[in-house]
Unconditional design. Structure first.
Length: 135
């Protein structure tokens, strides 16, 4: 792959790591609200990540031979979209100051509920797994 395409892949991974590091700082108040995260910072990071994903997709269309040279690129692109969806859902919930029900954040299925920090972390782990297959 060209250095530009590889750069986009690595840049998107760095942004995803920044997002998940911010989400890891989340604390839940007794009332069920997320504290400890600046919503504007998270929204800015998710916006930058979305722009990176879009640029990567444009590069893949513009340079199909380079994208096809990256092993398992389509799986990575899919995982990127899933992570973006989870991060944006969490960011919207934080921005709109929507309280969590204690059941949303506890138990074995917390990582499958939209808008939870656990789901963002799970999708990030899936993204890292997909990225590790690229090279």
């Amino acid at each position: 792959p060209s250095r530009q395409f590889e750069y986009r892949l690595r840049s998107n991974q760095r942004l995803a790591r920044q997002i998940v590091n911010l989400v890891d700082k989340a604390q839940v108040s007794n009332e069920g609200f997320i504290e400890g995260i600046d919503p504007a910072a998270l929204l800015a990071l998710t916006g930058a990540y979305e722009a990176g994903i879009d640029a990567m997709a444009r590069d893949a269309v513009a340079r199909p031979s380079e994208a096809s040279a990256v092993r398992m690129y389509s799986s990575y692109a899919s995982a990127s979209g899933e992570f973006l969806t989870a991060a944006k859902s969490f960011a919207r919930r934080l921005r709109d100051h929507v309280a969590y029900n204690p059941r949303d954040l506890e138990g074995p299925f917390a990582d499958s509920r939209d808008g939870t920090p656990q789901k963002v972390v799970r999708e990030f782990n899936d993204l890292v797994r997909a990225y590790n297959f690229l090279f």
